[in-house]
Ligand binder design. Structure first.
Ligand code: PEP
Ligand code: MN
Length: 344
């Protein structure tokens, strides 16, 4: 449940409520907006049965929260969240672009791509060093060597870097090199990994599972936030449906639905959603129009030679053209774009 304080309620009355909740063994989370303060309560609320909270000074009303996810719930935190990750941020007012190869394949491939996406106006370099491939015989990634190249590219370009981890061991290693950890679609419900991401405090990009409902996805985010890490960005990357013309089906309605249900930022990945490079630009534009906070786009110096996801990767030229074409969409959506976000 949430306790909505009266506008202008004193700090003393908020403290009194918080102490009362904690004295009963529950957790209180404060959200201080410009107008009102909301106290979110997590735990067994039957413990508050005879507390008459609604009569306490400064309390306006008490609203039950029926959803199982609490701290990511917009009811707990009405203001949209901005996530800062190294030199870049994701949140309202910005259109943040994460671009780069599916997999880090070599130092040269990564550096070349990093400079190209930076020049085109991207904010993050993406690149997988641990690849969750469908076949165990397919390229699995360069692991720590790939992370070292990501860090080198970060230093050379000033871009923030985001990299997927597929295990607890990979998380521990990646924490030394990257600004943001990516939890891929296949690990969205790897609860041990989610909890450890929560404890790490590193910003997390949480992709939607291949067949996950939006509520399951938000519950996955709740695993991270409940360990104390509020720096979570959601990423819609398409879901499995009966349609086979595209690799997945991009569920763009997730953008306004998430906006209503959660305060967390949401970006869209049209590359994994479609599996086909020529479908990426129209869906990237649609995502911006739908209100996404950013995009994740796969870019490769030579897509036909890519070790993974070549068919959906944009060449440098195609990426540069897309970034130019996105400008009016970003402007209409009221988002600053292709700017240097290096100052927090
Ligand atoms: C990726 O970003 O390279 C990736 C594997 O994505 P997803 O988890 O969405 O399939
Ligand atoms: Mn990929």
């Amino acid at each position: 449940m949430i306790i909505i304080m009266k506008p202008g309620a004193s700090k003393e009355s908020v403290r009194h409520i918080t102490e009362l909740i904690e004295s009963k063994g529950l957790k209180a989370h404060l959200s201080e907006g410009t107008q009102v303060t909301i106290v979110g309560v997590v735990g067994d609320k039957t413990l508050l049965a005879n507390s008459n909270l609604e009569l306490a000074e400064g309390v306006d009303k008490i609203v039950p929260v029926t959803e199982s996810y609490k701290l990511v719930n917009r009811k707990f935190h009405p203001e949209p969240t901005t996530v800062q990750a190294g030199p870049a941020s994701v949140g309202p007012g910005n259109l943040t672009v994460m671009a780069g190869p599916c997999a880090v394949e070599s130092r040269e491939q990564l550096m070349e791509t990093a400079f190209a996406v930076k020049k085109a106006g991207a904010n993050f370099l993406r690149g997988g060093a641990y690849k969750p491939r469908t076949s165990p015989y397919a390229f699995q990634g360069l692991e720590e060597e790939g992370l070292k190249y990501m860090k080198e590219a970060r230093e050379a370009t000033g871009l923030a870097v985001v990299c997927e981890v597929t295990s607890l061991r990979a998380l521990e290693t990646a924490a030394k090199y990257v600004d943001m950890i990516q939890i891929g679609a296949r690990n969205m419900q790897n609860f041990e990994l989610l909890k450890e991401c929560g404890r790490s405090g590193i910003p997390v990009l949480l992709k939607r599972g291949l067949a996950a409902t939006i509520d399951e996805w938000l519950n996955a985010a709740e695993y991270i936030i409940s360990e104390g890490n509020h720096n979570i960005v959601l990423c819609e990357r398409g879901i499995r449906t009966y349609e086979t013309s595209t690799r997945n089906t991009l569920d763009l309605s997730a953008v306004p639905v998430i906006r209503r249900k959660s305060h967390l930022p949401i970006i869209v990945d049209p590359s994994h959603a479609t599996g086909e490079y020529s479908y990426v630009p129209p869906l990237a534009k649609a995502a911006v129009a739908a209100g996404a906070d950013g995009l994740m786009i796969e870019v490769h110096p030579c897509p036909e030679k890519a070790l993974s996801d070549g068919p959906q990767s944009l060449t440098f030229e195609n990426f540069d053209r897309l970034m130019t074409e996105l400008e009016p969409y970003a402007e209409l959506a009221g988002r600053s774009f292709r700017e240097d976000h290096s100052q927090p």
